[in-house]
Design a protein around this ligand. Structure first.
Ligand SMILES: [Zn+2]
Length: 578
């Protein structure tokens, strides 16, 4: 068997996609639903079919097999997706050079360089050169276990340590520069390390590979945090710090805790709250929010209490609401950031505060009151204006009405005014349509196609019979059946993805529509069902001349042509006598 087929038969698409998207089984059937990871939607229209090993979004039309999914969601090449799936399932992969295009090769080199950098930084922490970094970690009260767990290290101040290691390993100048870890000298030749004398935090992608670093200054030097630049393996806006460790727990607890910094993540993690992530050295982006939402639609925002933290929280909350997350805000008393709070008040206290964090609305309303003069009508209106974008995101009607009342009370404005603003804004909202659109197809065709998709036996026995009927030429599903037949005749192993790939767009949609429609139960015996469909088609063949004559009689009557009508009626009578 070809490796790709072997791999696809060894992995289950529901289990693989289930690691990225919260899936819910539809009834007891083969279909699962969730929110699409590829576009923004409020109601789930993303389906995964366990029998066909195929996913389809009826919102943005994304679809394919398990390899395509991994390529899209991890933004990998075909080869890299194969490798990731093979590694995860303990399947050894044949060394096939033709898979590796230049981009893939470069990315593989970059991953390797990051592994080498990680082990260098980690061992440096225990060397004499790591004294300052060790002192800093001790001052911050970081236990050894956390340092190991988060693979924290430090970079050599000389600026040559990593360059030497990577050059010794034979990486080319082009690869060194592309890594973002090494810089070329402006004048003359030669290279030096980007990170020098800093505390080093590795940044992982969702599948756990190191793709970048953040280096924290140990003294007062600027910048306080230096991050890897964007590289072929690192796109800042697509990465959340700690997601690869946290995602399991985010799903289990059905919530994520969003903090600002690396040390906050580690502090919150130490308190036993492992569902914690941070955006990496950027303001929160829509892509990061979508990463989160794949695992849970509930998030607690716990930013620093300083003014930069507060305005970052405002922007983040707006973004989270736009992507339909349910947001709570944790504000810690005493002006403490999460890391300090856990250290000073203890893990139990932090967890308690987290569980009791209020909905975002009250937090925002407090911001509005702090920002505008609630003593004047003008100020109250400005406050309302400030709150409106956030409230517009509330999709539940009843909840919206409740909040309308709250807002009015809170700001001291007319409830009518709030409601009127609501109505205006909610008129612009549009709800996405969920689920596969029901295909308009005669039942006989629907049943026939479904039973043909069920097994090789049905395809081999029934397809030739179907093609032998005259009715076949008129079927809406004719091109799908022809593709099935061509695959069957060529001895191609059947897969739903392969069939779908052979079709053009309207037929493609028809196929997926029929296959993902689970309103009809699966036939207990597809062969029997298929044969019954063939009977129906054969009957239509026999009745075709009669229907044709009937149509002519009707046409003649409508046209008022008595002579014609009589002629076709006689013909019809003759046919019935036969
Ligand atoms: Zn989609």
């Amino acid at each position: 068997m070809e490796f790709v087929e072997q791999l696809k038969s060894a992995v289950d698409i529901v289990a693989v996609i289930g690691q990225y998207v919260r899936l819910k089984r539809v009834g007891a059937g083969p279909r699962y639903m969730g929110r699409c990871p590829f576009h923004t939607e409020k109601t789930p229209s993303f389906s995964v079919h366990s029998a066909y090993q195929f996913y389809k979004c009826f919102g943005c039309n994304a679809g394919g097999d398990v390899i395509k999914f991994v390529m899209e969601v991890e933004r990998l090449s075909f080869y890299e997706a194969l490798k990731l799936l093979a590694d995860r399932h303990g399947i050894s992969m044949p060394q096939r050079a033709e898979y590796a295009d230049p981009d893939t090769k470069l990315r593989a080199a970059l991953y390797r360089m990051h592994e080498l950098a990680l082990s260098l930084y980690r061992s440096a922490l225990d060397s004499p050169a790591g004294a300052a970094a060790r002192a800093y970690l001790q001052k911050r009260g970081l236990e050894r276990a956390r340092i190991e767990e988060f693979a924290i290290g430090c970079s050599d101040p000389s600026g040559q340590a990593l360059t030497r290691v990577l050059q010794r390993e034979g990486f080319t100048a082009e690869q060194l520069e592309a890594s973002g870890l090494i810089m070329a000298r402006h004048e003359g030749s030669g290279f030096y390390d980007r990170f020098r004398g800093r505390l080093m935090f590795p940044i992982h992608n969702e599948s756990g590979k190191v793709i970048a670093f953040a280096g924290r200054a140990l003294g007062d030097e600027e910048p306080k945090y230096l991050n890897s630049p964007e590289t072929p393996v690192y796109r800042k806006s697509w990465v959340l710090y700690n997601l690869h460790r946290a995602r399991h727990q985010i799903r289990k607890q059905d919530r994520a805790v969003l903090v600002e910094g690396y040390m906050d993540v580690i502090g919150v993690w130490s308190s036993g709250v492992e569902e914690v992530v941070a955006s990496c050295g950027t303001a929160l982006t829509p892509q990061q929010v979508r990463l989160l939402r794949r695992h849970s639609d509930k998030v607690v925002v716990n930013f620093d209490p300083d003014s930069a933290g507060v305005s970052a929280a405002e922007r983040s909350i707006q973004l989270l609401l736009e992507e339909s997350l349910r947001v709570r805000v944790l504000e810690l008393e005493g002006g403490l950031d999460p890391d300090d709070y856990v250290k000073q008040r203890g893990p139990a206290e932090y967890r308690l505060r987290l569980d009791r964090a209020p909905g975002y609305f009250h937090w925002l309303a407090d911001r509005a009151r702090a920002r505008y003069d609630m003593g004047s009508a003008e100020g109250r209106l400005a406050g309302l204006q400030f709150l409106l974008p956030a409230i517009q995101q509330v999709s539940d009607k009843l909840e919206r009405a409740t909040i309308a009342n709250d807002v009015a009370t809170y700001l001291g404005v007319e409830p009518g005014l709030v409601l009127e603003r609501f109505r205006r804004s909610s008129a612009q909202r549009q709800e996405a349509v969920a689920g596969p659109p029901a295909p308009e197809l005669r039942p006989v065709e629907k049943f026939l196609l479904r039973s043909l998709l069920a097994s090789d036996e049905v395809r081999q026995q029934v397809l030739p019979m179907v093609k032998a009927t005259a009715a076949f030429q008129q079927l809406a599903t004719r091109r799908i059946l022809e593709a099935l037949s061509a695959m069957s005749e060529a001895g191609t192993t059947f897969s739903f993805a392969e069939l779908e790939a052979r079709l053009e767009d309207p037929d493609r949609r028809l196929l997926v529509g029929v296959a993902f429609d689970d309103k009809e139960a699966e036939a207990t015996n597809p062969l029997v069902q298929a044969l019954a469909c063939v009977q129906t088609l054969a009957k239509e063949d026999r009745e075709a001349p009669r229907s044709e004559l009937k149509a002519r009689v009707n046409a003649a009557v409508r046209a008022g042509n008595v002579e014609e009508a009589l002629k076709w009626t006689e013909e019809l009578a003759r046919l019935d006598r036969r």
